[in-house]
Structure formats: structure tokens, C-alpha cells
Design a protein around this ligand. Structure first.
Ligand code: SAM
Length: 282
């Protein structure tokens, strides 16, 4: 069956460095009928830089539902439309979810035009494990809610990734230090792909001290990456883990490990590592 509907292109734009814009993205934005932009004024300089004169209209969180209906109608009428956000990949903490969901439901052709995304840009050079990661978006802004949110993530053994605003970066790192422990390893990617791009790679405690002493480093855009919790040895049965947990609540670590080794017959060194990991995830 021939599909006469238009195509919806989801186009990534640079997150700082204007050169990080693919030839395919530029060509797509030049040839579609119209561009749905999160903020037309914000995107204007980028489009002007690449001599893209396609008409734009605003598609943002405040007009998302009415504009979604209108865009779907235009696509069904055969128009080709591109979705862009202020920076990076649309839908990644940016508007567009309703539109893509409804376009898919209406059997409209949806085409991704990949490019910059701050999560991947930071992760790939962080030096933290990249095989499994969890993107948690922006943490809640209020202290108690933020600590509760982080507590749920605390046992996760994969790399944790967050976005954070400059005026909250220090408070956020302090909550992370309280919840994950001040010695948890972290990497902060600041102003990625821009003139003042900087990476901070240290324990949470040392990064907090550095940021506290250098207020100017708290400016800009931030991705926060946290090393996952230590892996708990899967070969040790859950009953022994439970026993060690109880002993740790009652006794100092070395004594708890000694007793658990006597009871289970498992080597002290193995149980010692497990005890440390259990303490960190408690
Ligand atoms: N859609 C974007 C993407 O693909 O990464 C993210 C949009 S979200 C509203 C904006 C947040 O992303 C910023 O507050 C910051 O945490 C992060 N971010 C975006 N650009 C960045 C950059 N150049 N350097 C560091 N973080 C950045």
C-alpha cells in the first residue's frame, strides 16, 4: 500500500559546538516543509548559520497537546515536518514524546536523524563503565525529595547519569554525597563541546570541595555521572548475604566477617569484600 502521509523527522542539533551538526540533519531541515522548534528564537541563529530558511513554528511543553493535534493533521495531509529542540536530541528531557507517540499510533513514518546528546557525549569519555548505565534525568529540586530519589538509585551497580542546573549543582552533589557516600567516584562534564569544556573526575567529597572553593566552576551546563554501587558477589547465596547483613548490624565489620566465615565456611577475604559492598548499599 502506498503511504501518502508526510514524514516526521526527529532531528538532533548541536549541544554547544555548531560544527556538531550532521550533513544529513542540515539537508533534512532544508528540505522539509516546516520545522517544529522548542523555541524558534533560540534556534534561529543555528538555522541562519547553515542558511536554512525553512519556516519554523513553536512546539514546547506549554502548547504540546494542541500543537501535536495540528502537526499530526499536517503530516496526514502529506507535509514533511522536522522536530528540533533547543539543543541535542529531541525528547531527551525535551518536548516531543506526545508527538512521536501519536505519530506512531497514526502509522506516520517517523525518521530519526541522530546527533549530539549530552548523556552520551559525557559518558563516552567519562572513564566510567559504559556497558550498562541508567539515565535519571534532572533530580528533584527539594532536598528531601532529592535524597529519597537518590536513595532508590543507591543499590544500582550500573553507571548513573543525571542532568543538573548550575544553580543547583553544589546542593545536588551534596545530597549525592550524603546518600551514595562521600567516597563514591563521580565524573562531572561541564560545558561539553564548548569553549570552557571541563571534566572533574574524583570522589564526591573532593569534587564538592573543589566546587565550593571555585564558585566560577559552578556556571554552565552539567552532566553528572556516578560510579555504580559495588557488585555483590553473585556466587554467595542470598542466605549467607542475609546472615552477614544481620551480623553487620550487631557487630564491627571484622568480627561480623570472622563469624560469618566460621558459620559458612566461605573465605574471610571474599566475605570481607561482600561486607564492604553491603555497607555501601545499605
Ligand atoms: N536534549 C538535550 C540532550 O540531548 O542532551 C538535553 C536537554 S535538557 C533540557 C538540558 C540539560 O542537558 C542541561 O541542563 C544539562 O544538564 C545537559 N546539557 C545540555 N547540553 C550540555 C552541554 N553542552 N554540557 C553539559 N551538559 C549539557
Amino acid at each position: 500500500m502506498i503511504n501518502h502521509t508526510g514524514t516526521l523527522y526527529c532531528v538532533a542539533t548541536p549541544i554547544g559546538n555548531l560544527a556538531d551538526f550532521s550533513a544529513r540533519a542540515i539537508e533534512t531541515l532544508k528540505t522539509v516543509d516546516v520545522i517544529a522548534a522548542e523555541d524558534t528564537r533560540h534556534s534561529q541563529p543555528l538555522l541562519a548559520h547553515y542558511a536554512i530558511s525553512t519556516p519554523m513554528f513553536a512546539y514546547h511543553e506549554h502548547n504540546e497537546s494542541e500543537q501535536t493535534t495540528s502537526i499530526i493533521k499536517q503530516l496526514l495531509a502529506g507535509k514533511n515536518i522536522a522536530l528540533i529542540s533547543d539543543a541535542g536530541t529531541p525528547l531527551i528531557n525535551d518536548p516531543g514524546y506526545q508527538l512521536i507517540k501519536q505519530a506512531r499510533a497514526a502509522q506516520i513514518n517517523v525518521v530519526p536523524i541522530p546527533g549530539a546528546c549530552a548523556i552520551i557525549t559525557a559518558l563516552q569519555v567519562s572513564g566510567l563503565p559504559t556497558d550498562r548505565f541508567y539515565f535519571a534525568g534532572f533530580p528533584p529540586t527539594k532536598e528531601i525529595a532529592r535524597q529519597n530519589f537518590l536513595t532508590e538509585l543507591k543499590p544500582m551497580t550500573c553507571t548513573l547519569i543525571f542532568y543538573e542546573a548550575p544553580h543547583r549543582i553544589l546542593d545536588c552533589l551534596q545530597s549525592m554525597s550524603v546518600v551514595f557516600g562521600s567516597d563514591r567516584k563521580a565524573v562531572i562534564g561541564r560545558e561539553l563541546t564548548k569553549k570552557f569544556e571541563t571534566f572533574y573526575n574524583d570522589s564526591l567529597e573532593n569534587i564538592i570541595n573543589y566546587f565550593s572553593a571555585h564558585a566560577e566552576q559552578q556556571r554552565g551546563e552539567f552532566v553528572v555521572l556516578i560510579h555504580g554501587a559495588p557488585e555483590i558477589n553473585a556466587e554467595i547465596g542470598s542466605e549467607i548475604q542475609a546472615m552477614l547483613k544481620i551480623l553487620l548490624q550487631e557487630l564491627p565489620l571484622t568480627q561480623a566477617v570472622k563469624l560469618a566465615a566460621q558459620i559458612s565456611g566461605i573465605k574471610k577475604n571474599t566475605l570481607y569484600d561482600l561486607a564492604l559492598a553491603l555497607q555501601k548499599t545499605e
